[in-house]
Write a protein that binds this ligand. Structure first.
Ligand code: MN
Length: 639
């Protein structure tokens, strides 16, 4: 739309309509004042698109209204470019709008003032400035993200090299920040727009393919949704179910990462079930698995064990009647808001009590503020970034200041593989904060890790004993081509025997774990050949070993973590809610369920669960508690 075609009263009316949708108590007088102020300041300014400049701050404010922003944030969004572009002083903003709003405007202006450069040495400085501004008030970052989103929407008007630079910066800095703040929708939209500029060919191809298949796909999704909805209603569960739009970028990423073709990924029907309560989530899951066969290994319970950024949901994949896989997310309304809006869902209007989750999530940013005083350089700042930014996750840095996120307990080897496979496999030494450390050193938040590689170096089998990430583990394994994991004893025959028995370890075997010390997975172990040709495995520190002849012993090692999934059959007297109770109990015990299958036999129902069960003891414990549930007749291991 060209500038002269925009009608100003309509522009304002559109904004206020959007604001009132999510915040009926918004301070309209103040918002109008901010709008008029900004319009005045930007008079005569035109964006590259030809639109009057004021369109940009208004659109930014509208995006924030979609996130249920408060009045101060809306005003600050309207004013966010005034100081930067309009030669207005912060003092004048303060006089007119007060401290709260001027602080927000100042924060955004400061971030905007940062000239992002792809050069590595500036990255640490940029990261620092962004985090510092955000730490003062999270709303600064939300305004910045909305500003960036609108700029990305209107990026076509820039020179191509500038488009690419801004898109790259969005992908590297702003989309990850949206991710860290749990703002799924923001992240998805930002990423889709970056794809449009960074790989236009792929983007257009995806867009066309999606458009061509949309109708067919939506019809299929609708019929599945109706079936599920009816069944849930029958059981008295009211839900909202919708077909979920997949973000282009996530399809693109999956195609690239998993080497799959478009149809394989897009044919997946993705739906979301939103319930009122947590027990209803589990009940809906049970019903869904009654209707459709669950795909093994695809069930994830992020309700009992939320993701690092607070995300909660049940995930499962089932085989639909169309012979196609259907991905399902099940969560409560609260969890849904949280997943879509992330930290913005915790937004509280003035005077209301802040919720605890929000404060917890903000605490890491608060700590950053304290360091501002102490750290003079970016490097110092990074070094002082020794906090748990996110639960279960640490962030360490390359010597150039690039942040790398790893799970807690990761080692320099995990780091090396996270940076690049070649760095991992050629790793010969590691330095953390300029000091040489052993390769099994446990990295801490804020560590600066330098990997010294050697050409022709190869991964060591020993690394498998301490690496944490699955990426490192699988790469090492594939490079070593590991199948049988034993160590030889002097005698060739014995070596062969041990390999054979370890091979058989997942199946029927002449190999037994000794009762005296009862070795568990991961314990240091040793094998002993009995006279009748059987092999018993003892813990290395088992006392019995002292009395056994040395030459009958052989070194053995655990081959691979046993897939601890075990089938359990539960027979119950059918009643409303019993499945949910059982699933809730299992979730409380933090046991992961791989699949659930239920079969009704008159009034009795047989529930078959596949769970990851570390040991028998835990099973006995769990079985005992399940038996205590009213209506449970029997609990047994099924294999
Ligand atoms: Mn702007």
């Amino acid at each position: 739309m060209r500038g002269n075609q925009i009608k100003m009263p309509e522009l304002y009316a559109g904004l206020i309509e959007e604001v009132l949708k999510t915040n009926p108590k918004a301070n309209q007088q103040l918002i109008k004042k901010a709008y008029d102020f900004a319009k005045e300041v930007h008079t005569g300014q035109v964006r590259r698109s030809g639109e009057p400049y004021i369109v940009h701050p208004v659109e930014t404010a509208k995006i924030l209204a979609g996130f249920r922003a408060d009045s101060a944030t809306i005003c600050a969004a309207l004013l966010h470019d005034c100081v930067e572009d309009g030669c207005v002083s912060l003092d004048s903003v303060r006089k007119n709008f007060g401290t709260e709003i001027v602080n927000l405007v100042e924060g955004v202006t400061k971030i905007t003032g940062v000239q992002f450069d792809s050069k590595e040495e500036y990255k640490a400085e940029n990261l620092r400035k962004i985090l510092l501004a955000t730490a003062k008030d999270i709303r600064v970052m939300l305004i910045k993200l909305a500003d960036r989103l609108h700029n990305m929407m209107t990026l076509n008007y820039f020179r191509e090299d500038k488009q690419k630079r801004i898109a790259k910066e969005t992908l590297e800095i702003f989309a990850p920040i949206a991710h860290k703040l749990g703002m799924w929708k923001m992240k998805g939209e930002l990423e889709d727009l970056t794809l449009k500029h960074l790989d236009p060919e792929a983007y257009n191809l995806l867009r066309d393919k999606i458009a061509a298949k949309r109708q067919e796909r939506e019809a299929r999704a609708k019929s599945l949704i109706d079936t599920i909805n009816n069944k849930l209603k029958e059981r008295g569960i009211e839900t909202e179910i919708d077909g979920r739009a997949k973000y282009f970028f996530s399809i693109y990423q999956k195609m690239k990462k998993e080497g799959k073709d478009f149809n394989e990924i897009y044919d997946l029907i993705a739906i979301r079930i939103v319930t009122s309560t947590i027990p209803e989530c589990y009940a809906a899951l049970g019903i869904l698995h009654e209707l459709y066969k669950p795909m093994p290994g695809r069930f994830k319970d992020y309700i009992s064990v939320p993701k690092a950024n607070g995300y909660q949901s049940l995930h499962t994949s089932v085989m639909s009647e169309f012979g196609r896989i259907m991905e399902v997310q099940i969560r409560t309304k609260d969890m849904h808001h949280m997943a879509e809006e992330g930290i913005a869902a915790h937004w509280r209007y003035k005077g209301e009590e802040r919720d605890k989750k929000f404060d917890r999530r903000m605490s890491w940013l608060k700590q950053l503020l304290d360091w501002k005083r102490d750290s003079k350089t970016a490097q110092e700042f990074i070094e002082s970034l020794k906090i748990d930014l996110f639960e279960n996750e640490i962030v360490v840095f390359t010597p150039k200041g690039d942040p790398i996120s790893l799970p807690v307990g990761s080692t320099p080897i995990d780091f090396a593989y996270a940076v690049h496979t070649n760095i991992g496999s050629q790793c010969s030494q590691a330095e953390v904060n300029n000091i040489v450390v052993p390769l099994d050193y446990k990295l801490k938040n804020g560590d600066i890790v330098n990997i010294i590689t050697k050409r022709n170096a190869k991964p060591s089998r020993n690394w498998l004993n301490f690496v944490k990430t699955s990426k490192a583990r699988s790469k090492i394994k594939s490079e070593l081509n590991i199948s049988i994991d034993t160590r030889e004893k002097e005698d060739g025959k014995e070596k062969e025997d041990v390999s054979k028995s370890i091979e058989i370890l997942s199946k029927k075997a002449p190999l037994k774990f000794s009762k005296c010390c009862n070795p568990g997975y991961g314990d240091p172990i040793i094998a002993f050949y009995t006279k009748d040709g059987k092999i018993t495995v003892h813990r290395k520190d088992c006392r019995t070993l002292g009395s056994l002849p040395n030459k009958r012993m052989a070194a053995v090692r655990w081959k691979e973590k046993p897939k601890g999934s075990s089938k359990t059959r539960i027979v119950v007297q059918d009643r409303v809610g019993i499945l949910a109770e059982i699933l809730n109990l299992i979730a409380l015990k933090k046991v992961n369920i791989h699949s659930i299958y239920t079969r009704a036999k008159k009034e009795r129902v047989v529930i078959t669960l596949k769970m990851v069960m570390p040991d028998d003891l835990q099973f006995r414990d769990l079985a005992k508690d399940i038996r205590d549930i009213d209506g449970v007749i029997d609990v047994k291991k099924a294999d």
